[in-house]
Structure formats: C-alpha cells, structure tokens
Design a protein around this ligand. Structure first.
Ligand code: BG6
Length: 480
C-alpha cells in the first residue's frame, strides 16, 4: 500500500545514522512502491552541501547496503533536497520553513510532515521547540516527529525534555524510537507467546527457571567517543533495547491490539522490575570496560576518551520482577562492546522435569529466540532414544527465518518509518515507559562510583565477574 504523500524532513541528514540506516530504509520503501510519487525528503545539515552532493552521498550509502539497488537509483535520489542550517541558531529556521514550503508547493503536497531527528541529542530540545512553534499542524494533515534515542540522559533530563516537547507536540504525534522494536523477532515475541497455547500457559515461575538476554557486539565505540563516554552500556543499551526486550518477554497479555494496549502492558511490567538498593547493586550488577588485545586499543586509548574514564562498555544485571507470575525467576541480561560474538538472543530455561530421566546432562526444555544475525526460534525438548532402550535424548526444533535469501525481513528502520508514516504508535515508546526505565537505570547509577569496573580483554566473553554472578545461583550463561 502506498503511504500518504508527505514531505519528510531529516535533521542530521549528513550523519552516520542517516547514511547507515535511514537512506537504505527509505530506498526499500521506494523500491516497494510505498512512497507516493510526489513524496520528497528534505535533508538538513550543517555541512555546506548542495542537492547534487547530497544525492551522491545517499546513492553511495544505499549501494553499500544494497548492492542490487542500481535500477531505480536516479528516481530515488531525485526525491532528495538539501538545506544547510546551523541548528543552534533560532533565527535561521525561517529559511528552512521557506524551503520546505516551496518544495510542498512544487510537488503538490498538502501539508503532511514527518520530521526525523537524527542529530546529536544535545540539539533535540532546540529543534523540537522550533518545529513545534514555527510549524503547527495544518488541519486535516498529519505532523509527526520521530526522535532517535537517547531520550534524556537520566530521569530528570528526560522529564525536562519531555515536558518541553509536550508543550509543542501531542503525545500521539511523538514517535520515540527504540529501533530494536522494529526488529522482526521482537515483533514475533508477542505472536510466539500469545498465539500459541503451547507456550503461554507455561510462561511463569511454575515452569520457567530463569531467563537470559544477551546482546553482544564485537566492535568498539568506533567514531562515537563524544557520545559514548557520556553514556556507557547502561544508558546506551540497557535503558532502551534490553529493557524493551525484557518487557515484551515477560509482560501480561495486552488487553487489546491497539498501540496503547501493548504499551500499557509494557509499562506495568517495567514498573514491576525491582529497583536496586546498594546491596543489590553490589551483587546483581557487573560493569566492565574493554582492554586491548594484540590488534586493538583499549577503551582508554580510543581517540577522544579521557585516560581516566570510568565509563562501562559492558553491563550484566540480575533483574527481579515483583509480580506473582515471576516470583523467584531471575532475568539475567548482558551487553557489551568488543566481545567475542555479534549476536542478540533470548534464552528461556525451563525447570527440570519431574519425570525420571537418566543418562542425560541437561534435561531442561530450553527455548532460544534468536534476534540477530540469525532470526529464529530454537526449541530443545526430550524424546526417547529410538530403539531397544529407555534412554532419553534431547531433540531440537530449529527454525531460521532469514537463512533463505528470499525471505529476508525488512530492516528495523524500514518498518519504523513505515509505521510512523501511517501513524501507528505500537512500536514506539510512550513517555511512561521511558520514565520507568530511567527510574530503574538511575537506581543503579546512584551506586556506580562504589561498584568495581572490571577490565576485560577484547574478543573475550566479558568480565569473569558476570559468570560468577550466575555461578552463585548454580547457573551459567548458555552458549546455544
Ligand atoms: C544503538 C547503540 O542504539 O544500538 C549502539 O547506540 C549499538 O551502541 C546499536 O551498537 C546496536 O544496534 P544493532 O541493531 O546493530 O544491534
């Protein structure tokens, strides 16, 4: 289905995110004929570029993500226009409104606008204020704002930004991005849980022993020292992506299918995650920072990182959910940079069966939800070994969704831009989710200076202390 004609304005259009994620996503929408013929994109940036230079950089970005993209490239880049703007200069915005208005006139657009903020977060408050004040919605047309994470740096800065945002935008015009929600397998969690009578009745403390969530990356901070050193793994990954994953995995069934039904269920769960006291932080939080190896520099020697930085590039937590359904079921989450593997997955470990099984090391049912790079579901269960024996063996049902090149899922940003364009808020975070997640992260960060920061070797599995956290409970991170 073709999306309503609109102008999309991208702030931060010459940056990394736009090139790596937005242009390939827009190209996919264009190639699938989802963009109306007269839809145009106005890129806004500080660099002194013109339309030609901008279009070349877009074509290069799309080609590197999608080598087969050549055929309709000229049509695609022809939709893009560039406007150079000093975003911190309030007086400069008039020229932008003028340019946007001209484009709308030229392309017979009625006033639908999709704004995308892909700049450094420091610019968000000023830009959104200028947008809200300078460009009110036109009756009968939509005005939607997509905002990249991070939404604030803690609860108080997030609150202040949200308050300011709400003075100029209504909640249903604000599309706060957590791009993990656009990933195919995160959307699949709800279907897997609630559309299968097989799983949901067992999805509780009577049947589940514990849950593991791992999001690990082999690369370091790349060119993002300025942002990352102020952020760290807790703010960069846990507050957003990992807690969203935990919420989808453990929330109750939403009361309906509307965006707010799903978000209500998530908020109830996020608020039920136990906050960290000092004692809990000491036992249930492990933070680490990467050291170098033969080939790579340690975090402290990365360009732009202060030599005494205590920013964590790894975090592992043991979470408890204070709800009857999850009593006594720990949720272990971990994430880090410069680790051995590049993957995101969830492992649900069921309790030992009561049936007497001999000769079998691990008799527990285990469900692995693979998010990336492989997308799929992997279930382990016990069967009798065929033949004249009573021995039991573990069987495996493994479904890989993206192993076939013909069944590739849409990229997260393609889905998110598409949904925001349609006004569907289901995959975007509501303010009260942000509030609940920052409250949790602040409860850890309060004790941060008192907690150890373990060095771990680049290319390893992270600090040994994270293994010990599970060993104390008689468990281990599972490498399945
Ligand atoms: C971003 C973080 O939100 O997510 C990055 O800022 C991280 O530090 C990235 O690398 C991971 O996203 P993905 O989709 O590559 O797993």
């Amino acid at each position: 289905m073709t999306l309503e004609p609109a102008i999309m304005l991208i702030f931060g259009s010459t940056g990394d995110l736009s090139h790596k994620k937005l242009y390939p996503a827009l190209y996919a929408l264009h190639a699938a004929n989802r963009l109306a013929d007269n839809t145009v994109v106005l890129g806004i940036g500080r660099r002194d570029w013109d339309d030609g230079r901008y279009r070349e950089s877009i074509a290069a970005a799309v080609r590197s993500a999608e080598p087969a993209a050549e055929k309709t490239m000229a049509d695609f880049t022809g939709r893009f226009f560039y406007h150079c703007l000093d975003m911190s200069d309030k007086t400069a915005y008039n020229s932008l409104w003028h340019k946007a208005g001209q484009l709308e006139k030229l392309h017979h657009l009625q006033g639908n606008r999709l704004y995308f903020l892909a700049t450094a977060p420091d610019h968000f408050p000023l830009i959104t204020r200028q947008l809200g004040l300078g460009q009110p919605a036109i009756p009968g047309c939509f005005r939607r704002l997509m905002i990249e994470k991070p939404f604030g740096a803690d609860l108080s800065t997030a609150r202040a930004f949200n308050k300011q945002l709400r003075q100029v935008f209504a909640e249903d015009e604000i599309f706060r991005i957590d791009h993990y929600l656009g990933k195919e397998m995160l959307q699949n969690i709800l279907v897997l849980r609630f559309a299968n009578q097989l799983f949901e009745p067992a999805w509780n403390c009577h049947h589940i022993d514990h849950i593991q969530v791992s999001v690990t990356e082999p690369f370091g901070i790349e060119q993002r020292a300025g942002y990352y050193d102020k952020s760290g793994a807790l703010r960069d990954m846990v507050q957003s992506h990992l807690l969203q994953l935990v919420a989808l995995l453990t929330m109750d069934q939403p009361s309906g299918e509307q965006a707010d039904d799903i978000r209500d269920a998530k908020v109830r769960l996020l608020r039920a995650i136990r906050l960290f006291s000092r004692e809990a932080a000491e036992t249930d939080v492990v933070m680490g920072q990467y050291d170098g190896d033969e080939r790579r520099r340690p975090y402290l020697k990365e360009d732009g990182i202060p030599p005494d930085s205590r920013t964590e590039t790894y975090a592992a937590l043991r979470l408890w959910i204070d709800q009857g359904r999850w009593q006594g079921v720990p949720v272990y989450v971990r994430t880090g940079k410069r680790l051995q593997r590049h993957l995101a997955k969830i492992t649900i470990v069921f309790k030992e069966p009561s049936y007497d099984i001999q000769d079998q090391d691990d008799r527990r049912n285990i469900l692995v939800i693979r998010i990336q790079p492989e997308e799929g579901i992997d279930l382990r269960f016990n069967i009798k070994q065929p033949g004249m024996t009573n021995a039991v063996t573990q069987a495996r049902m493994n479904i890989c969704q993206n192993c076939d090149p013909l069944t590739q899922s849409p990229q997260a940003y393609e889905k998110l831009i598409h949904d925001a364009w349609q006004g569907d808020l289901s995959l975007f975070t509501r303010w009260d989710e942000i509030e609940a997640t920052w409250t949790l992260i602040d409860s850890i960060r309060l004790w941060r200076a008192k907690l150890p920061l373990y060095l771990y070797r680049s290319g390893s599995d992270g600090p040994v202390a994270a293994d010990r956290m599970l060993e104390r409970d008689g468990r281990a991170w599972l490498d399945l």
